[in-house]
Design a protein around this ligand. Sequence first.
Ligand code: ZN
Length: 373
Amino acid sequence: VDGILTASSSEDLRSLGSRATARLGLARHVVADGRQVLETARRLRPRVVIIDVAMPNTDGYSLCREIKADPALATCRVMLVLSGLVTRDEVERFAECRCDDVVVMPAIGEEFHLHLADLLGVARRRTRRIAVQLAARLGRHPETRPGLVENLSVHGARVRLESPLTDVEALRVSLDLPPPAGPLQLDAGVVWVRDDGKLLGLEFRGLTPTTHEQLANLAVWEIVEDDGVQRVIMEGDFDEYTDFAPLGGRLRGRVEFDAEGVRYINSAGTHRWVHFLRELHAVTECSFSRCSVAFTSQAAMVPEVLGTGRVSSVVAPYHCERCGRDEERLLQTQALVRDRQAFQIPSFGCPGCGGSLVFDELPNSYLSFLPRM
Ligand SMILES: [Zn+2]
């Protein structure tokens, strides 16, 4: 079964889980009795088991440990769900039971969905559907290939093609932008090729200031209206070419910035961003979710990067000493315990070797913006 097993007797968690799994197109099973969890997991082999630690008559940590100790369930990921304030003792138990993720309730649907998508290793949201044409010369013959852009920055793009293109080093890219911009024509080099020539990594070459600016604006944001909240998905680099002004005019009410796609910020970009936040007069409430390592590091140095906004989650770098694996994990700020002097960051089980994934930054520096909030 390609599905999710939820072990909970709480109605809130069940309904959150059901919306999230429906969006991911997965089958879902619920058990309300902790004694049935292991048996059901062994029978169904779900991809994710969600364990409500508050479930009566059950020790969620022991359940997690048992799942993790069962070789037949080796690929099964475990999410622990807690309520209210996390204690120091609980953070220690996360590492000890080798869970893969922790979510603290109350969590909003979007947050829950993102955690689940992360565990499943699926794209968190649909990729932006910018159509592209690649034109190349193969020997003496000009060839064109239609495709879709999967990832875009001012430096380059990842492009998925309908039919393969191989043995090409340089080509002409035509990005199909909506009017009035029209198609954007660029020269690019092929940096890597995967999937037998159907997935290409391109590096743009010879950009003019105009094409650079067009790309920067294209790469930077997308607004998704979501239940009374404007969710702004930020993408790409913040630098001297980034112009936030057209975005500012469109934002009002409650706004959530999803900053996972912010890859690089320089000082000019920081300056522009801070100025942009100050001018958001029609915005009543502002928050930041999934702050990327680049965004979080910048916010730690320049607190104005967050304006008056609250941070709900950050992407945190993790490292396993034993096998050298590096991973990024999404951490809810409400899942972090602050103990007078220091943050206590949960560790997780390493999916590679069974060791421990440990937070790979200095907690007090990386999260220095939190105590103010
Ligand atoms: Zn490892």
